[in-house]
Design a binder for this molecule. Sequence first.
Ligand SMILES: Cc1ncc(COP(=O)(O)O)c(C=O)c1O
Length: 456
Amino acid sequence: MPVKTIIEPFRIKSVEPIRWTTRQEREQLLRAAYYNLFLLPADDVLIDLLTDSGTGAMSTRQWAAIMEGDESYAGSRSFDHFRESIQDIFGYKHVIPTHQGRAAERILFNVTCKKGAVVPNNTHFDTTRANVEYVGAEAVDLVIPEGRQPSLKHPFKGNMDVEALENLIQKTGRERIPLVMLTVTNNSGGGQPVSMENVRQVSKVCRKNGIPLYFDACRFAENAYFIKLREPGYESRTPKQIAQEMFSYGDGCTMSAKKDGMANIGGFLCTNDDSLAQLEKDLLILTEGYPTYGGLAGRDLEAVAVGVQEALHEDYLRYRIASTAYLGDHIAEQGVPIVQPPGGHAIYVDARAFLPHIPPDQFPGVALAAELYLEGGIRSVEIGTLMFGAAAKMDLVRLAIPRRVYTQSHVDYVVEIILEVWKNRDRIFGLKLSHEAPYLRHFTARLEPVEKVLAH
Ligand SMILES: Cc1ncc(COP(=O)(O)O)c(C=O)c1O
């Protein structure tokens, strides 16, 4: 009989205490943070689901590799390990280390885009969009229509709309499109995967038009596992074989190793194009560092070299995808509205549907995130009207799961708290802004309840 219980495929060798606070303390802390969870000291958070980026736990093998770090400025042995491990999976000719994903993006768009260029993506992550726009280019999101409907179930909601891509190329002219990008998995669309079939089709259109295809590869291992689970023909392939095939349809990638690199810092940029690689390395030296370290310590290179391989271990991915789905399924079956189906790295609660009595201009996502903290010390993040202003199409609360950090009982606790808040949702008030910065206001915004009292 197959065993149904999914266990963490690791044992714990080193522990980090987390701190309980009382509800009364959290009320004070929340007021002191102006209802913005970014302004909370992390020590006052019990379960931190703010992000899965750089928050993972490293393995004994990674820590051992860290001790092997070669800190030579040029020609470091650790860079060879880094390059070899990445090439083994990604297969690209040039591997350029960067301190994190956005540095790879900045370099890529600087060397490939001019003012007036157009970059299609299934959905640009916010730093990707910002780096495209910074060089005067236009970032266009072409996810399939199903990817824009939160409650709709579809196995590959991260897919790009291939017809829309072809139309865009026709309308814009291929010479204005320096590259096409596919974000795997599609973070801004709920951590939803892209199918191999879609990668093939997008690649075909790109090759027909002579446009390079790049991956935003942050969560490539989770995407590979979704393909294994959901796409006919891939059941018996390993996640690594699937990732290798996927990357073979592209010409390069950007990567934040803080996600499926299983590291706390790091990233890289890959390309098969020799002349582009030269330009990229020139720019790298200017702002990141020499091409054999690119802003990272030798020990970081070692941690990533091991981490990208560990992210593809099947036992790990089975637990990773199952525990995220467990959280999503257990709240959804009690009626909590979430983006369906559960993504790889996070659960996104639909705050507009959760709190229909709070209009978007009273920040239902922020109000819900504040209430989850108040109820159980859980930190999440709003992705909605506070983050995007009036342009926000949805108000979501993202619960991102750090890799290998929390156990089943932590997830059960999160489920219990969310269901408690769900039961008392009518008592939650909206919020109004008392201070906002001119850019990226969600990081520093100050808010206060529309009603004078704290919820309850
Ligand atoms: C899809 C995606 N692309 C790019 C990035 C940027 O990576 P970093 O935070 O390492 O700069 C992120 C980070 O969250 C991401 O999720």
